[in-house]
Design a protein around this ligand. Structure first.
Ligand code: UDP
Length: 330
């Protein structure tokens, strides 16, 4: 198939581009390189462009004539979304609307959307299933929820347009051959922050909040390896190509780890106790998020391969060491 990947130079998008290429699909990445990197695009062509550039976007869709669009390009930092909500409604909701308009007008039949567990807010029941109410508690989650609703309504109105929204839980780890991984200038996610602290890039890792209603007081998340998440996208593509209906799937493993547990495993993997300090809560964090991902496994035949926190952190650590050498960090 011919697949246009927005955000294909970013962390998750680049792992999906890699897998699409390995499986023989023809890939084109559309990325403004604001947080992505050209070197991360391991398959197909890269078009450097912004989703807000409607002229370039339409021309790219016309010339490439994809069978499917996978849409990763977005802003993803929860606390930033609280302090700068308009950035999130612009980059995530308004730009997704522009993309969907171009996709529907260009008669691209299939759309795969990067959504998030943040659309659930603070779920009443864990693990949370796809039918749980959407009650986001931060602008990031709201910006993604609005995009999901646009997709739902467009699919209802345009019979030639079908979509899958994948709700990601906490994505971690890296390509096992260290070709790609997280490469943000200012990482905010727990595992990257922790491993960079172990490397001395940051003086200490802060644990945000120890008074949550969880067994050890710190937040619980369902961490999923980025290559398992990538394979979920292939399942979604095959589902749509095979005539499957528009649908929504959680992407996680169905179990959670607290921040303290993740810190313990990071310290084990790196081999020493890098500095950690407990501090107050961070804005916008729900206490616990764990996926019920049975639907993805049962309906789409998804088979996770790296459901192990040590494996995930080891692959992230190998990547961080490789990345530091490449960028000659101390
Ligand atoms: N977290 C932390 N210290 C950090 C980064 C994150 O304690 O430096 C916590 C954060 O408060 C949340 C969990 O780790 O409870 C996961 O946060 P992350 O930013 O990795 O992902 P999110 O769940 O926000 O998408």
């Amino acid at each position: 198939m011919r697949v246009l990947v927005t955000g294909g130079a970013g962390y998750i998008g680049s792992h999906v581009v890699k897998l699409l290429g390995e499986q023989g699909h023809t890939v084109m990445t559309y990325d403004n390189l604001s947080t992505g990197n050209a070197w991360a695009v391991l398959a197909g062509e890269l078009v450097v462009g912004d989703l807000a550039d409607t002229t370039l976007l339409q021309a790219t869709l016309r010339d490439f004539a994809p069978d499917a669009v996978m849409h990763f390009a977005a802003s993803i930092v929860v606390p930033e979304s609280v302090s700068d909500p308009l950035k999130y409604y612009t980059n995530n909701t308004a730009n997704t609307l522009k993309l969907i308009q171009a996709v529907v007008a260009g008669r691209v039949p299939h759309f795969i959307f990067s959504s998030t567990a943040a659309v659930y807010g603070m779920p009443q029941q864990l693990p949370v299933s796809e039918s749980a109410p959407l009650l986001p508690i931060n602008p990031y989650g709201t910006s993604k929820m609005m995009s999901e609703l646009i997709l739902r309504d467009c699919a209802a109105a345009h019979p030639g347009f079908r979509y899958v929204a994948l709700r990601y839980f906490n994505v971690a780890g890296a390509d096992l051959s260290c070709r790609i991984g997280q490469a943000y200038a200012m990482p905010t996610h727990l595992i990257t922050r922790g491993l960079k602290t172990a490397q001395g890039v940051f003086p200490e890792l802060l644990i945000f909040g120890t008074d949550y209603d969880t067994p050890d007081g710190t937040c619980i998340r369902d961490y999923i390896h980025v290559d398992d998440l990538a394979s979920a996208h292939i399942c979604a593509l095959e589902h749509l190509a095979g005539g499957g209906a528009s649908d929504i799937f959680n992407c996680g493993y169905g179990r959670g780890f607290s921040v303290r547990e993740v810190v313990r495993v990071m310290r084990e993997v790196v081999g020493y106790d890098f500095p950690v300090r407990e501090t107050g809560r961070r804005a916008g964090d729900p206490a616990a998020l764990i996926a019920d991902s049975r639907k993805l496994q049962q309906s789409l035949g998804w088979k996770p391969r790296y459901d192990d926190l040590h494996t995930m952190i080891r692959s992230a650590w190998a990547w961080e060491q490789h990345y530091a050498r490449r960028h000659q960090r101390p």
